[in-house]
Write a protein that binds this ligand. Structure first.
Ligand SMILES: Cc1cc2nc3c(=O)[nH]c(=O)nc-3n(C[C@H](O)[C@H](O)[C@H](O)COP(=O)(O)O)c2cc1C
Length: 330
C-alpha cells in the first residue's frame, strides 16, 4: 500500500479545499513525491519542445505556480498554471469545492481565486525547473466584459516570458458572463490582441463542454483566422448527467461523469479542424484507457485534474504504464 492510500482517508476527512491547500503545500515543500515512469516511446513534440510524455497537469490545481518546480517529479510531461487574472482576487466565498467520491467527480465554483499576474510573474522569475509550462489566463471579475481584451493582454505580457504556451480561458462557469467571450467577435478581439503583442507564443483557447457543435465551429474559425496553435477541450460542465447521487451545489463538474461530453467535443473538433491544429484533451480521464481513447480520438496531448486527486501521486506513472501497454497492443 502506497503512502497516499494511508493518507487519503485523513485528507478526505478534511473539507475539500483545506485538503487541497495542505496537499499543495506538501508538494511545494517537497514533503511528498510520486513515482515516475520513463519510456522513450512516450516522448512527444509540442510547442517546439520535446515532452517526456503527453500527460499534463490541467489548470486550476497550481493556480499561483507555487509548486512549479515539483511537477516533473510526479511524472507530468507538462504543467499548466493558472487561471491567472490581471488583478489579484479572492474568488467566491467558501465552501466552493466539493468532492463526489461515489461518482469520482468534483464540483467547484472557485471563481478564479489567484494572486494576480504581477505576483505570479515574480514567482515564475525564480523558477528552477524547465518543465514545459503553460499559462492559463482569465478575466478579472472587476473588469467589464467589453474591456476583457486589455485585461488578458496585461496578464499575457507579464507572464509570457516564462511560458511555452498560453491559454485564453473563456470557459469557466464561475465568472459571470465569461463564457459569452467564446462567441466569435469577443474571442477574436481577445486573441488578436495577444497576437499583436507576441506572434511567436503558441496560443490555445480553452472551451466548455457545453458548447453546441456550431459554437465549437465558430471557435475553430477564429482559431484558424488568428493562427492559433490549438484548442483545449474541455473545461468543467454545468451538466449533472452521469451522477448517481444528486448534488445541489452550483458550479462546474469534473471527473468521470464529464468524460463522454469532453470526448465528443474533442471528436467534433478533430473532425472539423485542420490537421495541424493541436488539440489538448481534458475532462474525465481517470485511467490509461481513457487517455488512450482520447489520443485515438485525435488529442495530441491530454491533461488530468480530478483523476489525479482521486488517484494520488503515482497516478501519472500508472496512467503512462497503461498507455504504453495499450499502444504496444495495438
Ligand atoms: C477545483 C478545480 C479548479 C479548476 N480551476 C480551473 C482554472 O482555474 N482554470 C481552468 O482553465 N480550468 C480549471 N479547472 C478545470 C480543469 O482544468 C479541467 O479542465 C476540468 O477539471 C476537467 O478535467 P478533469 O475531469 O480531469 O478534472 C478546474 C477544475 C477543478 C476541479
Amino acid at each position: 500500500m502506497g503512502w497516499y492510500e494511508l493518507a487519503k482517508p485523513l485528507l478526505f476527512a478534511l473539507d475539500a479545499e483545506t485538503a487541497h491547500e495542505r496537499g499543495l503545500e506538501a508538494i511545494a515543500h517537497g514533503w511528498v513525491s510520486g513515482r515516475r515512469y520513463n519510456d522513450p516511446a512516450l516522448r512527444t513534440l509540442a510547442f517546439g519542445r520535446v515532452l517526456d510524455n503527453p500527460i499534463g497537469l490541467a489548470a486550476g490545481f497550481d493556480k499561483n505556480a507555487v509548486a512549479v518546480d515539483r511537477w516533473a517529479e510526479f511524472g507530468f510531461g507538462f504543467v499548466e498554471i493558472g487561471t491567472v487574472t490581471r488583478h489579484p482576487q479572492p474568488g467566491n466565498p467558501r465552501p466552493r469545492l466539493f468532492r463526489l467520491p461515489q461518482d469520482r467527480a468534483i464540483i467547484n465554483r472557485m471563481g478564479f481565486n489567484n494572486d494576480g499576474a504581477d505576483a505570479v510573474a515574480d514567482r515564475l522569475s525564480r523558477r528552477k525547473s524547465d518543465i514545459p509550462l503553460g499559462i492559463n489566463l482569465g478575466k478579472s471579475k472587476i473588469t467589464p466584459l467589453e474591456e476583457a481584451p486589455a485585461d488578458y493582454a496585461y496578464s499575457f505580457a507579464r507572464l509570457r516570458p516564462y511560458a511555452d504556451y498560453a491559454v485564453v480561458n473563456v470557459s469557466s462557469p464561475n465568472t459571470p458572463g465569461l463564457r459569452s467571450l467564446q462567441d466569435k467577435d469577443p474571442l477574436r478581439r481577445i486573441v488578436m490582441g495577444l497576437r499583436d503583442l507576441d506572434a511567436t507564443c503558441p496560443l490555445f483557447v480553452k472551451v466548455a463542454p457545453d458548447l453546441s457543435e456550431s459554437a465549437l465551429d465558430d471557435v475553430l474559425a477564429v482559431a484558424s483566422e488568428a493562427g492559433l496553435e490549438g484548442i483545449i477541450a474541455t473545461n468543467t460542465t454545468l451538466s449533472r448527467d452521469g451522477l448517481t447521487k444528486e448534488s445541489q451545489e452550483a458550479g462546474g463538474m469534473s471527473g468521470a461523469p464529464l468524460r463522454p461530453l469532453a470526448l465528443s467535443a474533442l471528436q467534433h473538433l478533430r473532425r472539423q479542424a485542420p490537421p495541424e491544429m493541436q488539440l489538448i484533451g481534458v475532462g474525465g480521464l481517470m485511467n490509461g484507457e481513457d487517455a488512450h481513447e482520447r489520443m485515438n480520438a485525435g488529442a495530441n496531448l491530454v491533461q488530468v485534474y480530478t483523476g489525479w486527486v482521486y488517484g494520488g501521486p503515482d497516478f501519472v506513472a500508472e496512467l503512462l504504464e497503461d498507455l504504453a501497454r495499450l499502444r504496444a497492443d495495438r
